[in-house]
Design a protein around this ligand. Sequence first.
Ligand code: ADP
Ligand code: MG
Length: 227
Amino acid sequence: MYNAPLSIFRSTALQFSDFSLDKRLLTSLEHMGIDTPTEIQTQSIPVGLSGRDLMASSKTGSGKTLAFLLPAMQRVIATKALSKRDPRVLILLPTRELATQVYSQLRLLVANTQYKAIKILGGENFNDQAKALARDPHFVVATPGRLADHLAQRHLYLNGLELLILDEADRMLDLGFAEQLRAINQAADHKRRQTLMFSATLDHGQINEIAAELLKEPEHVAIGASH
Ligand code: ADP
Ligand code: MG
């Protein structure tokens, strides 16, 4: 029987090790039992790593979370912070449940590093959150309403924010968060910020409008979109 060299198989499917990712991230993925990137990951990770803005869509369950968490982790690991105190990465999600899911994946990735991640969700104790923000976390996972409240109270500043990520952007707009997204965008308005926007669909009427305001010359990745 003919044994094909491994490289033949390797050439067909990209592995996470084909991206320029820190060894610690590859180890975390191994522990999570994840080896082959999904299509949205294959297309979004290089854009995320390039520093360019991104507007990406693919259906639920396609692996969008790692498509933004891996470039976010890599940027924090590989570059010097713009600010010692401000969060470096802010990830916004429409609901407590979705934010908690993303936070738990992020926890697995930061566990292997010296970086700190917190979540700031509506319905939880405001003063405890203010204290957690005062400890200068590198990553903040939040719902927009509560994050905007802390911004207004000056419990955090976003002048040093390097990466703003909007996940489930269509649902954030459905829930009426456009105004909070604009306030957060304003607070983090500087040249070196990168913005990644993810959505299950691009059909939402307001999505192009908010993308035009928040993203600068974005790359577009749409998986499974019908034309
Ligand atoms: P989405 O945000 O697109 O709905 P998620 O990021 O929540 O999808 O991922 C859905 C599930 O797929 C999660 O349980 C996640 O751990 C798993 N997953 C993500 N990427 C991969 C991968 N490359 N290989 C196998 N499973 C993956
Ligand atoms: Mg998701």
